[in-house]
Design a protein around this ligand. Structure first.
Ligand code: FMN
Length: 361
Protein backbone atom coordinates (compact mmCIF):
# COMPACT_ATOMS: atom_id res chain seq x y z
CA UNK A 1 0.00 0.00 0.00
CA UNK A 2 1.26 3.50 -0.80
CA UNK A 3 2.35 5.52 2.25
CA UNK A 4 0.32 8.58 3.18
CA UNK A 5 2.10 11.45 1.40
CA UNK A 6 0.98 13.97 4.04
CA UNK A 7 4.00 12.82 6.07
CA UNK A 8 6.07 15.02 3.73
CA UNK A 9 4.20 18.03 5.08
CA UNK A 10 4.83 17.19 8.72
CA UNK A 11 7.26 19.40 10.62
CA UNK A 12 10.60 18.09 11.78
CA UNK A 13 13.00 19.15 14.52
CA UNK A 14 16.57 19.25 13.19
CA UNK A 15 18.30 19.97 16.49
CA UNK A 16 17.48 23.58 17.30
CA UNK A 17 15.99 24.23 13.87
CA UNK A 18 12.31 23.58 13.16
CA UNK A 19 11.65 22.53 9.57
CA UNK A 20 8.03 23.06 8.46
CA UNK A 21 8.18 20.07 6.08
CA UNK A 22 10.39 17.13 5.03
CA UNK A 23 11.02 18.32 1.46
CA UNK A 24 14.67 19.39 1.26
CA UNK A 25 16.29 21.21 -1.66
CA UNK A 26 19.35 19.19 -2.74
CA UNK A 27 22.62 21.04 -3.49
CA UNK A 28 22.86 21.98 -7.17
CA UNK A 29 25.69 23.71 -9.01
CA UNK A 30 24.27 26.26 -11.44
CA UNK A 31 27.41 28.18 -12.56
CA UNK A 32 25.90 31.63 -12.36
CA UNK A 33 28.27 33.37 -9.91
CA UNK A 34 30.07 36.57 -10.94
CA UNK A 35 32.75 35.58 -13.46
CA UNK A 36 35.43 37.82 -11.93
CA UNK A 37 34.86 37.49 -8.19
CA UNK A 38 32.96 34.16 -7.91
CA UNK A 39 30.55 36.08 -5.65
CA UNK A 40 26.83 35.24 -5.65
CA UNK A 41 24.83 37.60 -7.84
CA UNK A 42 21.43 39.26 -7.40
CA UNK A 43 19.98 36.69 -9.80
CA UNK A 44 21.05 33.98 -7.37
CA UNK A 45 19.25 35.86 -4.57
CA UNK A 46 16.04 35.58 -6.57
CA UNK A 47 16.57 31.86 -7.34
CA UNK A 48 17.02 30.90 -3.70
CA UNK A 49 14.28 33.26 -2.48
CA UNK A 50 11.82 31.54 -4.82
CA UNK A 51 12.63 28.19 -3.16
CA UNK A 52 12.33 29.33 0.48
CA UNK A 53 9.38 27.03 1.15
CA UNK A 54 11.77 24.04 1.26
CA UNK A 55 12.03 22.40 4.67
CA UNK A 56 15.70 23.29 4.25
CA UNK A 57 17.69 24.66 1.31
CA UNK A 58 21.16 23.25 0.83
CA UNK A 59 23.09 25.56 -1.48
CA UNK A 60 25.05 24.58 -4.53
CA UNK A 61 28.62 23.44 -3.85
CA UNK A 62 30.56 26.50 -2.66
CA UNK A 63 34.35 26.43 -2.81
CA UNK A 64 36.28 27.10 0.38
CA UNK A 65 39.28 28.50 -1.53
CA UNK A 66 40.31 29.24 -5.09
CA UNK A 67 42.20 25.94 -5.05
CA UNK A 68 38.89 24.23 -4.26
CA UNK A 69 37.21 25.43 -7.47
CA UNK A 70 36.69 22.99 -10.33
CA UNK A 71 34.21 24.57 -12.71
CA UNK A 72 33.50 27.93 -14.26
CA UNK A 73 31.48 30.46 -12.20
CA UNK A 74 30.82 28.37 -9.11
CA UNK A 75 30.47 30.60 -6.04
CA UNK A 76 33.09 30.79 -3.31
CA UNK A 77 32.94 31.66 0.37
CA UNK A 78 36.50 32.81 1.03
CA UNK A 79 36.41 36.53 0.07
CA UNK A 80 34.51 39.49 1.51
CA UNK A 81 32.65 40.06 -1.77
CA UNK A 82 31.46 36.45 -1.64
CA UNK A 83 30.35 36.74 2.00
CA UNK A 84 28.46 39.89 1.10
CA UNK A 85 26.73 38.15 -1.83
CA UNK A 86 25.74 35.18 0.34
CA UNK A 87 24.44 37.54 3.07
CA UNK A 88 21.90 38.89 0.59
CA UNK A 89 20.78 35.33 -0.18
CA UNK A 90 20.41 34.20 3.44
CA UNK A 91 18.58 37.44 4.20
CA UNK A 92 16.12 36.99 1.34
CA UNK A 93 15.50 33.32 2.24
CA UNK A 94 14.96 34.15 5.92
CA UNK A 95 12.62 37.05 5.09
CA UNK A 96 10.62 34.63 2.92
CA UNK A 97 10.36 32.26 5.93
CA UNK A 98 13.06 29.77 4.88
CA UNK A 99 16.18 28.06 6.25
CA UNK A 100 19.47 27.60 4.39
CA UNK A 101 22.74 25.66 4.82
CA UNK A 102 25.86 26.27 2.71
CA UNK A 103 27.44 23.25 1.04
CA UNK A 104 31.21 23.59 1.57
CA UNK A 105 33.25 22.18 -1.31
CA UNK A 106 36.80 21.43 -2.35
CA UNK A 107 36.96 19.65 -5.71
CA UNK A 108 40.47 18.23 -5.29
CA UNK A 109 41.58 16.73 -8.61
CA UNK A 110 38.37 17.57 -10.49
CA UNK A 111 39.67 20.91 -11.73
CA UNK A 112 41.63 22.63 -14.44
CA UNK A 113 44.84 24.65 -14.24
CA UNK A 114 43.08 27.73 -15.66
CA UNK A 115 40.97 27.90 -12.47
CA UNK A 116 43.83 27.33 -10.05
CA UNK A 117 45.89 29.99 -8.25
CA UNK A 118 48.92 30.76 -10.43
CA UNK A 119 47.67 28.23 -13.00
CA UNK A 120 49.15 25.49 -10.82
CA UNK A 121 48.17 21.83 -10.83
CA UNK A 122 45.04 20.89 -8.91
CA UNK A 123 45.71 18.95 -5.71
CA UNK A 124 44.57 15.45 -4.69
CA UNK A 125 45.41 12.74 -2.16
CA UNK A 126 47.50 11.05 -4.88
CA UNK A 127 48.78 12.11 -8.32
CA UNK A 128 46.16 10.10 -10.21
CA UNK A 129 44.25 11.93 -12.95
CA UNK A 130 40.47 11.48 -13.08
CA UNK A 131 38.86 10.22 -16.26
CA UNK A 132 36.29 12.97 -16.21
CA UNK A 133 35.57 16.38 -17.65
CA UNK A 134 35.07 19.83 -16.23
CA UNK A 135 33.51 22.96 -17.67
CA UNK A 136 35.69 26.06 -18.19
CA UNK A 137 35.60 28.97 -20.65
CA UNK A 138 32.15 27.83 -21.83
CA UNK A 139 33.27 24.37 -22.89
CA UNK A 140 33.92 20.86 -21.56
CA UNK A 141 37.59 19.91 -21.14
CA UNK A 142 39.39 16.96 -19.62
CA UNK A 143 40.45 17.75 -16.05
CA UNK A 144 44.13 18.60 -15.44
CA UNK A 145 46.45 16.03 -13.90
CA UNK A 146 46.75 16.65 -10.14
CA UNK A 147 49.75 16.63 -7.84
CA UNK A 148 49.68 14.75 -4.53
CA UNK A 149 49.23 16.90 -1.43
CA UNK A 150 52.19 16.92 0.93
CA UNK A 151 51.29 15.88 4.46
CA UNK A 152 52.25 19.36 5.71
CA UNK A 153 49.71 20.99 3.38
CA UNK A 154 46.69 19.15 4.76
CA UNK A 155 46.21 21.27 7.92
CA UNK A 156 46.03 24.33 5.63
CA UNK A 157 43.08 22.84 3.76
CA UNK A 158 41.37 21.94 7.04
CA UNK A 159 41.86 25.60 8.04
CA UNK A 160 40.27 26.69 4.75
CA UNK A 161 37.19 24.65 5.70
CA UNK A 162 37.19 26.29 9.15
CA UNK A 163 37.52 29.74 7.59
CA UNK A 164 34.69 28.96 5.16
CA UNK A 165 32.46 27.86 8.06
CA UNK A 166 33.24 31.11 9.89
CA UNK A 167 32.37 33.03 6.74
CA UNK A 168 29.16 31.02 6.38
CA UNK A 169 28.19 32.00 9.91
CA UNK A 170 28.96 35.67 9.21
CA UNK A 171 26.91 35.46 6.02
CA UNK A 172 23.89 34.36 8.07
CA UNK A 173 23.68 30.68 7.12
CA UNK A 174 21.76 28.44 9.52
CA UNK A 175 24.40 25.75 9.15
CA UNK A 176 26.78 24.02 6.77
CA UNK A 177 26.89 20.74 4.87
CA UNK A 178 30.30 19.25 4.08
CA UNK A 179 30.51 17.94 0.52
CA UNK A 180 31.93 14.50 1.10
CA UNK A 181 30.22 13.04 -1.99
CA UNK A 182 30.55 12.69 -5.76
CA UNK A 183 34.28 12.13 -6.05
CA UNK A 184 35.53 15.49 -4.78
CA UNK A 185 38.41 16.03 -2.36
CA UNK A 186 36.94 14.53 0.84
CA UNK A 187 35.62 11.55 -1.17
CA UNK A 188 39.00 11.17 -2.95
CA UNK A 189 40.61 10.62 0.46
CA UNK A 190 37.99 7.99 1.37
CA UNK A 191 38.29 5.78 -1.72
CA UNK A 192 41.15 3.30 -2.15
CA UNK A 193 41.13 3.92 -5.91
CA UNK A 194 42.08 7.60 -5.47
CA UNK A 195 44.05 7.46 -2.22
CA UNK A 196 47.39 5.65 -2.51
CA UNK A 197 49.05 7.60 0.31
CA UNK A 198 51.52 6.10 2.76
CA UNK A 199 51.14 8.70 5.52
CA UNK A 200 48.51 9.03 8.28
CA UNK A 201 45.88 9.93 5.63
CA UNK A 202 46.21 6.80 3.48
CA UNK A 203 46.17 3.01 3.73
CA UNK A 204 43.83 1.52 6.35
CA UNK A 205 40.23 2.74 6.51
CA UNK A 206 40.86 4.66 9.75
CA UNK A 207 43.53 6.66 7.93
CA UNK A 208 41.48 7.35 4.81
CA UNK A 209 38.63 8.67 6.99
CA UNK A 210 40.99 10.98 8.93
CA UNK A 211 40.69 13.97 6.59
CA UNK A 212 36.86 13.83 6.67
CA UNK A 213 36.90 13.69 10.47
CA UNK A 214 39.41 16.56 10.81
CA UNK A 215 37.34 18.75 8.48
CA UNK A 216 34.17 17.93 10.43
CA UNK A 217 35.87 18.72 13.75
CA UNK A 218 37.02 22.05 12.29
CA UNK A 219 33.53 23.21 11.30
CA UNK A 220 32.19 21.99 14.68
CA UNK A 221 34.32 24.73 16.24
CA UNK A 222 32.06 27.23 14.42
CA UNK A 223 28.56 25.71 14.35
CA UNK A 224 26.79 23.68 17.03
CA UNK A 225 26.62 19.98 16.07
CA UNK A 226 22.98 20.00 14.94
CA UNK A 227 23.89 22.69 12.38
CA UNK A 228 26.49 20.55 10.65
CA UNK A 229 25.65 17.99 7.96
CA UNK A 230 27.82 15.66 5.88
CA UNK A 231 27.00 14.45 2.37
CA UNK A 232 28.11 11.02 1.14
CA UNK A 233 27.58 9.00 -2.04
CA UNK A 234 28.83 5.59 -0.90
CA UNK A 235 27.89 3.59 -4.01
CA UNK A 236 28.61 6.18 -6.70
CA UNK A 237 31.58 6.21 -9.08
CA UNK A 238 31.02 9.85 -10.10
CA UNK A 239 34.24 11.58 -11.09
CA UNK A 240 36.04 8.27 -11.43
CA UNK A 241 36.26 7.17 -7.79
CA UNK A 242 36.52 3.46 -6.99
CA UNK A 243 36.40 1.56 -3.71
CA UNK A 244 36.79 -2.16 -3.14
CA UNK A 245 34.83 -2.19 0.08
CA UNK A 246 32.38 0.71 0.29
CA UNK A 247 30.28 -0.90 3.06
CA UNK A 248 33.34 -0.99 5.33
CA UNK A 249 34.63 2.51 4.50
CA UNK A 250 31.28 4.28 4.69
CA UNK A 251 30.16 2.24 7.69
CA UNK A 252 33.26 3.36 9.54
CA UNK A 253 32.83 6.97 8.41
CA UNK A 254 29.16 7.12 9.45
CA UNK A 255 30.06 5.74 12.89
CA UNK A 256 32.71 8.47 13.24
CA UNK A 257 30.16 11.12 12.23
CA UNK A 258 27.72 9.66 14.74
CA UNK A 259 30.34 9.93 17.48
CA UNK A 260 30.94 13.56 16.50
CA UNK A 261 27.21 14.18 17.07
CA UNK A 262 26.63 16.06 13.83
CA UNK A 263 23.06 16.94 12.90
CA UNK A 264 22.61 14.88 9.78
CA UNK A 265 24.05 12.61 7.14
CA UNK A 266 22.83 13.29 3.61
CA UNK A 267 23.07 10.16 1.50
CA UNK A 268 23.06 10.39 -2.29
CA UNK A 269 21.97 6.89 -3.30
CA UNK A 270 23.37 6.97 -6.82
CA UNK A 271 24.86 3.59 -7.76
CA UNK A 272 27.67 2.65 -10.13
CA UNK A 273 27.93 -0.38 -12.44
CA UNK A 274 29.08 -2.76 -9.67
CA UNK A 275 27.20 -1.37 -6.70
CA UNK A 276 23.57 -2.19 -7.40
CA UNK A 277 23.16 -4.10 -4.15
CA UNK A 278 24.66 -1.54 -1.77
CA UNK A 279 22.73 -1.68 1.52
CA UNK A 280 21.72 1.92 2.24
CA UNK A 281 19.32 0.83 4.98
CA UNK A 282 22.12 -0.84 6.93
CA UNK A 283 24.21 2.31 6.66
CA UNK A 284 21.31 4.42 7.91
CA UNK A 285 21.05 2.29 11.04
CA UNK A 286 24.62 3.24 12.05
CA UNK A 287 23.61 6.89 12.58
CA UNK A 288 21.38 7.92 15.47
CA UNK A 289 20.31 11.35 14.30
CA UNK A 290 18.81 12.77 11.11
CA UNK A 291 19.19 10.90 7.82
CA UNK A 292 18.46 12.68 4.53
CA UNK A 293 17.94 10.42 1.52
CA UNK A 294 18.32 11.58 -2.08
CA UNK A 295 18.41 10.34 -5.64
CA UNK A 296 15.48 9.98 -7.96
CA UNK A 297 12.83 10.23 -5.24
CA UNK A 298 9.20 10.80 -6.17
CA UNK A 299 6.45 11.94 -3.84
CA UNK A 300 5.36 8.36 -3.10
CA UNK A 301 8.83 6.91 -2.67
CA UNK A 302 9.78 9.79 -0.37
CA UNK A 303 6.70 9.29 1.80
CA UNK A 304 7.38 5.56 1.95
CA UNK A 305 11.04 6.01 2.92
CA UNK A 306 10.05 8.30 5.80
CA UNK A 307 7.14 6.10 6.91
CA UNK A 308 9.43 3.05 7.02
CA UNK A 309 12.19 4.84 8.93
CA UNK A 310 14.73 4.65 6.10
CA UNK A 311 14.96 8.45 6.06
CA UNK A 312 13.80 11.39 8.17
CA UNK A 313 13.95 13.88 5.32
CA UNK A 314 14.19 13.54 1.55
CA UNK A 315 16.18 15.88 -0.71
CA UNK A 316 14.99 16.64 -4.23
CA UNK A 317 17.37 17.93 -6.89
CA UNK A 318 15.96 18.28 -10.40
CA UNK A 319 12.34 18.47 -9.18
CA UNK A 320 13.28 21.48 -7.00
CA UNK A 321 15.31 23.06 -9.77
CA UNK A 322 12.22 23.13 -11.99
CA UNK A 323 9.57 23.71 -9.30
CA UNK A 324 10.23 26.62 -6.96
CA UNK A 325 7.13 25.68 -4.93
CA UNK A 326 7.83 21.94 -4.80
CA UNK A 327 6.55 21.32 -1.21
CA UNK A 328 3.16 22.80 -2.10
CA UNK A 329 2.98 20.86 -5.36
CA UNK A 330 3.76 17.61 -3.57
CA UNK A 331 1.16 18.44 -0.91
CA UNK A 332 -1.49 18.88 -3.58
CA UNK A 333 -0.17 16.12 -5.82
CA UNK A 334 -0.06 18.80 -8.54
CA UNK A 335 1.74 18.35 -11.87
CA UNK A 336 5.46 19.23 -11.96
CA UNK A 337 7.38 21.44 -14.42
CA UNK A 338 9.98 19.50 -16.43
CA UNK A 339 13.65 20.37 -15.76
CA UNK A 340 15.48 21.66 -18.86
CA UNK A 341 18.93 20.10 -18.96
CA UNK A 342 20.35 22.65 -21.43
CA UNK A 343 20.12 25.44 -18.83
CA UNK A 344 21.37 23.50 -15.77
CA UNK A 345 24.94 24.82 -15.88
CA UNK A 346 25.53 28.48 -16.69
CA UNK A 347 23.44 31.16 -18.38
CA UNK A 348 21.05 33.68 -16.88
CA UNK A 349 17.35 33.78 -15.96
CA UNK A 350 16.24 31.22 -18.53
CA UNK A 351 15.85 27.82 -16.91
CA UNK A 352 16.84 29.36 -13.58
CA UNK A 353 14.40 31.89 -12.17
CA UNK A 354 11.67 31.58 -14.80
CA UNK A 355 10.13 28.22 -13.83
CA UNK A 356 6.56 29.14 -12.87
CA UNK A 357 5.02 28.51 -9.46
CA UNK A 358 1.71 26.69 -9.45
CA UNK A 359 -0.43 29.82 -9.28
CA UNK A 360 1.30 31.23 -12.38
CA UNK A 361 1.40 27.97 -14.37
C1 FMN B 1 22.34 20.68 -12.08
C2 FMN B 1 22.84 19.82 -10.97
C3 FMN B 1 23.86 20.26 -10.16
C4 FMN B 1 24.30 19.49 -9.07
N1 FMN B 1 25.27 19.99 -8.23
C5 FMN B 1 25.54 19.37 -7.06
C6 FMN B 1 26.36 19.98 -6.07
O1 FMN B 1 26.84 21.12 -6.22
N2 FMN B 1 26.61 19.28 -4.93
C7 FMN B 1 26.10 18.03 -4.72
O2 FMN B 1 26.36 17.44 -3.67
N3 FMN B 1 25.31 17.43 -5.64
C8 FMN B 1 25.00 18.08 -6.78
N4 FMN B 1 24.12 17.51 -7.68
C9 FMN B 1 23.44 16.24 -7.34
C10 FMN B 1 22.08 16.52 -6.69
O3 FMN B 1 22.22 17.11 -5.41
C11 FMN B 1 21.26 15.23 -6.54
O4 FMN B 1 22.03 14.30 -5.83
C12 FMN B 1 20.87 14.62 -7.89
O5 FMN B 1 20.28 15.59 -8.73
C13 FMN B 1 19.88 13.46 -7.70
O6 FMN B 1 18.68 13.92 -7.08
P1 FMN B 1 17.33 14.10 -7.93
O7 FMN B 1 17.07 12.75 -8.57
O8 FMN B 1 16.28 14.49 -6.95
O9 FMN B 1 17.62 15.14 -8.99
C14 FMN B 1 23.70 18.24 -8.79
C15 FMN B 1 22.68 17.78 -9.65
C16 FMN B 1 22.23 18.56 -10.70
C17 FMN B 1 21.09 18.06 -11.56
Amino acid sequence: MAADASILQSSYQLGSLTLPNRVIMAPMTRNRADEETMAPTDLMVEYYRQRASAGLIITEGTQISQQGQGYQQTPGIYSEAQVEGWSKITDAVHKAGGRIFAQLWHVGRVSHITLQPGNNWPVAPSALPAQTKTYVNNGFVTVSAPRALQTEEIPGIVRDFLNAAENAKRAGFDGVELHGANGYLIDQFLHDGTNHRHDAYGGPVENRVRFAVEVTEAVLRVFEPSRVGFRISPASVTNDVRERNPAEVFGYLVKCLDALNIGYVHCNEMTGPDSGDFDFKALRRLFRRTWIANFGYTRDRAAQAIAEGDADLVAFGKPFLANPDLPMRLARNAPLNTPEQATFYGGAEKGYTDYPALAEA
